[in-house]
Structure formats: C-alpha cells, structure tokens
Design a protein around this ligand. Structure first.
Ligand code: HEM
Length: 329
C-alpha cells in the first residue's frame, strides 16, 4: 500500500516536470514562485460549536501564509494564478495547514486520474503545446474533468492576492466537544471583495507585481480573509474534490485571518515549509478522499526533489532501480 502510494506520487511529480518544462532544483514542482507573510487568526464564537480544534476556540493563533503567483514549477515564469497556504502555530507546539487555490473544483477524482490528465496535457516537444486532439479525446470521455477545466478557464486572472477567494476543495469531518460530527468544505473569503482581470493585463506587469502590490497594501493596513465552512447536505459527495455541491449549502463564518507583514523562511525557522493538508489536529479529521490521502506522499516526493534527495533517485535509476522506489519511471 505504502509502496503503491509512493510510486504514483513519484510518477505525478515527474509528470509535473514534463508538463511545466522541467525540474528547477530548489523549487516546488508547482507554485514555485512564492513569498511568506505573517499574521494572526481568531475563530468566531460559532466555530467551537462545530469543532473542538484548539485554534477554533477563539484565542488568537499566530499564522504564516505562503502565496504563490503561478501554477508552474518555473520560479522565473510569468504570473498566471494565485495560491494560499496557511500554517497555524498551535499552543502545544504542533502545526496544522490549510492549502488552497482559486479554483472551485479539483480537476480529477483520484491520483490515477490526475496522472492521466497531466499526461493528456503534456506539451508535445515538437510544438511546445499540448496536442489538442489528445486533450479533446481525453476530456470527451471524462465530462467531470471537462467540467472542472471549463470552470477554471472561466476564472479571471488575479488582481491582488487580497481580492481572491481561495478554496480548500476537500471535505473534512469537524468534531465538537460533544462528539457531534459535521462534514464541510473550507473557503477563504477576502474582506476586500473579489476582483479579477484578464491574463493579458496581469502579464503586462512584471512577474513580481502581485507580491509588490500585496506588500504595499500591508504597509497601509492588514489584509483580511474570513474563513467560512460550507456544510455538506444530503447526497453531497464527501470523498471527491471534483464533485460540485449545490450553491445554497449553509455557510458558517468560523474565523478571521489578519495578515500583517512579510516574513521569511529564516524567521519562521523552517527552510522547507511543506504545507500538508493532512497535518490535522484533534477535532478535524480527513475524509476518504483519495486525492487528499495522496497529497502527503506527493509533497514529500516534491520536497525530496527540491532539497536534493532526487540525486539519490537518479543514482538508483542509473543502477537499475531500487526496491523502495519500485522502479517508477
Ligand atoms: C493529485 C493531485 C495533486 C498533485 C499531483 C499536487 C502536486 C503538488 C506538488 C508537487 C506541490 C509542491 C509541494 C512542495 O514541494 O512543498 C504542490 C503544492 C501545492 N498544491 Fe498541490 N497537488 C495536488 C492537489 C492539490 C489540491 C487538491 C490543491 C488545492 C486545494 C492543491 C494546492 C496546492 C498548493 C496551494 C500548493 C503550494 C503550497 C505551498 O505554497 O507551500 N494541490 N502540489
């Protein structure tokens, strides 16, 4: 089981290198260009009705945020989108992470399907672009992926990280002090409201523009995001980040995040900062979502690559394979 999970993780990470034009040592395989910020999270009184998690009881909790400005693994590439990874520093010295994107549904239902999707959109070496026939054929036989791709294409490009809504996509099980469980999906809603622009407009600016704009804002006032839980209703799929839930599901405001200033890996004291959506704390549990379950392994492989561990893998492959890596190609 562990073997097969790591085999698919390695294949996914290496396919991302193909899709995004190679591996860039030292950088994440996706969302490579990022900066860190610091702030404070405070839960609303409603939060503790849903979960006994320590950071949802109302006391202020320090957080760090990593925003990135593109989906690619090329840290020098143009800005294309936005992401937001938040780490909460809990009173007992542990941490828990929320990792989010502007898309409202993930592209696939399983890691295997994600690999198939990445293989279908991998650029053709002759043209540098995905083969449109291959993409069409793939999407025609998988309308649920085509739907998520359509939704993602309909999203405007980012104007500001502070004016982007971010979604965690997976459902989690929230358990309160009485043991009562509620299934829900998280969303970060920007207090400044949501705004967008065309990709051409975004790319007229220098690649560092979204970070520079954010840091100018922070000099004037904190950037605020509200944390909202969308509660699952009857029949909503709990194990599928590709499955839409009806828009009218009840939403509960469970907290307010105030981001106040830039920070660095050095100040945080963690040079790796692997954000892991399954690093949870008592009162919040994972669902049986296979993408959620795979993410720790995928991110560990990415960390091995970006911190130099890939050299061991290359050496093992040159020697004819290694049992732990399962000869993944
Ligand atoms: C099978 C599906 C997925 C694959 C193959 C994948 C792959 C990756 C990889 C390789 C990284 C770099 C990790 C690191 O080096 O620290 C990463 C980061 C990230 N992923 Fe995923 N991911 C998947 C699903 C998701 C989903 C469902 C979301 C949205 C909720 C997401 C959001 C992010 C974000 C925001 C980051 C940047 C984290 C940071 O700033 O530290 N990913 N992903």
């Amino acid at each position: 089981m562990v073997h097969s999970q790591y085999r698919i993780s390695t294949k996914l990470v290496e396919e991302l290198h193909q899709v995004f034009g190679g591996f860039h040592p030292g950088y994440r395989d996706v969302h490579a260009n990022g900066r860190y910020y610091a702030g404070t999270f405070r839960a609303t009184p409603e939060a503790k009705n849903l979960s006994r998690a320590v950071h949802l009881q109302g006391d202020p909790v320090p957080v760090t945020v990593r925003h990135s400005n593109s989906r690619s693994g090329n840290p020098m590439g143009p800005a294309t989108t936005a992401s937001m990874a938040v780490r909460f520093y809990l009173p007992d010295g542990t941490t828990t992470d929320l990792v989010s994107l502007p898309i409202s549904l993930f592209f696939a239902r399983t890691p295997e399907e994600t690999l198939g999707f990445l293989q279908a959109v991998r650029p053709d070496p002759a043209t540098g672009q995905p083969d449109p026939d291959k993409v069409t054929l793939f999407l025609e036989s998988r309308p649920w992926i085509a739907h998520a791709v359509q939704l993602a294409k309909g999203l405007s490009a980012t104007v500001s990280f502070a004016q982007t809504a971010f979604h965690m996509l997976h459902a989690f099980r929230f358990v309160n002090e009485d043991g009562h469980a509620t299934y829900a999906r998280y969303h970060w809603e920007p207090e400044a409201g949501v705004a967008g622009q065309t990709l051409e407009e975004l790319q007229k600016q220098p690649p560092s523009h979204l970070f520079d704009e954010y840091e100018l804002r922070l000099q004037k006032a904190p950037v605020v995001f509200n944390l909202v839980l969308q509660l699952a209703g009857d029949g909503d799929k709990l194990d599928d980040p590709n499955a839409p839930w009806p828009d009218d599901r009840r939403r509960v405001h469970i907290g307010r995040l105030e981001i106040t200033r830039p920070t660095t890996n050095e100040e945080i004291g963690d040079s790796v900062m692997m954000h892991d959506p399954t690093r949870l704390t008592d009162g919040i549990e994972p669902t049986d979502d296979p993408i959620l379950a795979a993410r720790r392994g995928i991110y560990e492989v990415s960390v091995a690559y970006r911190t130099g561990g890939w050299k061991g893998r290359q050496a093992a492959l040159e020697l004819g394979g290694c049992p732990f890596l399962g000869n993944a190609k």
